[in-house]
Structures are given as C-alpha cells and as structure tokens.
Write a new protein. Structure first.
Length: 282
C-alpha cells in the first residue's frame, strides 16, 4: 500500500493538491494521512495573556481543526469515492516541519503532496513559505501542485541532472512506478559546455537507464551559462507537463533553496513538481 502524507491549511490550494493526489493515485491502494499542524495558530494568536487562555484557545483550535478535516474528507469522498483509498485525519499541536518529519519516519511515508502556495496565495511567488520549508527540511519526496493546476496524466517529463550524484533506489522505484503507469516520456537534461562525461557520470547515467528501462528515455545536452533560464526555456519549448528534480548535497535544487526564495533566481514552475530527496533519513 502506498503511504501518502498531505498537509493542509484548509485553503483552496491545499484542497486542489488533495484532489490531484487522489486522481494521480486512483489505480493504487493508498493510505492518505491528511495533516493539519496548528501550533502557530495558537502561539501567534493576539489574545494570549495567560496559561488558562492559552489552553482554552488550544482546545478550541483543535476542535475546529477536527471539524475542518471531517469536512475535507466528506468533500474528497464525494468527488472520488475510491474503495482503494483510506484516509487518516490528523490534528497535531506542533510545527508542520516537525510533525511531517515525525510521520515520515513513523509511518514510512512514500511521498508528500501539497500545494505550491497556501492560504496567503501570493501569486507573485512560485512557492509559499510552508512549501519551501518542507522542500528544505522534510526528508521525503515532495510533489508540489500549483494552485491553478488541474489533474492531467504526466506524459512529457523533464528531469534536469548533471549525473554527478548517485540516486536512491527507493525513490527511483517510486518514480519508475509512476512513469510506468502513465507511459510517460522522460527527458533528461544535462546542461554543460563539455561533451564528455566522467566515469562517475557514465555510471550514474547507466543506473538511470537500468532503473527506468520500461520508459521512453530521451537524453538532451545543452550548453548554457544560466541553468535556470535553460530549464525554463526547455519546459516552454518542449511542452513539458511535469518537472522532476533531486534535492541532495551540492545539487542544483539545494543551491536554489539556499537562496532567499526560488523566485529571486527566476525559476517559474507552473506544472507539477516532484522533488526527490536524495538525503538520508535519520
């Protein structure tokens, strides 16, 4: 059974990500963990003047969270009454990052799915603050869904890579299963001014071919100084409908996340974005 974690702040963007998730995995047996972490709602409230008020507010927000989660479940079951899907509703007094990481470890979560933006829905930003925090600190593959993105099977996937880092078998297996289900074409994009690969790069490229042998793989190489511009242009020119990147030490994605925001770099992501976390789970 696939285990999927879906954080929610009860915004339309979060609901859209949940709708996408149940469609994306509609042919698989899945256990969905729908999580609302509400500690910030309590601590940031402007009425906190005593421990008694704090405890009362905490209990009130917990009850409201439970009611809102029940409403979410009713809505999703009315849209997609799938007997293969089970749902666990979780109201947790904690931070999103801490609660998500705990669940990832405790339940051995396969993938986390959330909207690219949350309740604030600042359309000038590619990612909201919660999504960026999850990308940086939760050690689990993340599928981020743009707010105006309706479900379509991913047919033309872009996977930028420099072939420098080895890939985790578990996450490639997840990616392999998804692409096999949709008969996707996977476009690997290597951005470099040098044609020849090192032995390490050749071995990692071969490992990708072996791990994704069922799929149609197309290997591209482009000379470019600006990686972000090259990725944006490739998405536009090749009608890419799904982006995959790996977050690992010294990877391109990690470098992006080290910046104040991805938007400062200019990476404009308007399609579903799968970040595979090639990091050790502790």
């Amino acid at each position: 059974m696939r285990k999927i974690l879906i954080p929610t702040d009860f915004s339309e963007n979060a609901m859209n990500a949940l709708r996408y998730a149940v469609e994306f995995f509609k042919y698989e047996r899945c256990d969905f963990f729908v999580l609302h972490a509400y500690a910030d709602e309590v601590y940031n409230h402007n009425t906190l003047v005593s421990r008694k008020i704090f405890n009362e507010l905490k209990e009130k927000i917990h009850k409201n969270s439970d009611l809102a989660l029940d409403k979410v479940l009713s809505e999703i079951k009315s849209i997609s009454p799938n007997p293969q899907h089970e749902f666990r509703l979780l109201s947790m007094f904690g931070s999103l990052i801490d609660e998500a990481n705990d669940l990832v470890d405790k339940e051995n979560i396969d993938i986390l799915i959330m909207g690219t933006r949350g309740e604030t829905d600042d359309r000038k930003l590619t990612f909201g603050s919660n999504t960026l925090q999850v990308l940086k600190y939760v050690k689990c593959p993340l599928l981020a869904i743009p707010s105006d993105c309706s479900y379509n099977p991913p047919k033309n996937i872009l996977f930028p890579t420099n072939y420098q880092l080895p890939f985790k078998r578990r996450e490639l297996k997840l990616f392999s299963t998804l692409t096999k289900s949709f008969r996707s074409v996977i476009n690997f994009l290597y951005i470099s001014n040098f044609d020849k690969l090192s032995i390490r790069q050749e071995d990692n490229k071969y490992f990708l071919k072996e791990s994704l042998s069922h799929a149609e793989l197309i290997f591209h190489q482009e000379a470019a100084e600006d990686l972000t511009r090259a990725i944006n242009q490739f998405i536009k020119s090749n009608e890419i409908d799904f982006l995959v990147m790996v977050n690992s030490r010294r990877s391109y994605l990690e470098n992006l996340l080290d910046q104040s925001t991805i938007d400062k770099i200019g990476l404009r992501i308007k399609i579903p974005f799968l970040a595979m976390q090639n990091l050790q789970r502790y």
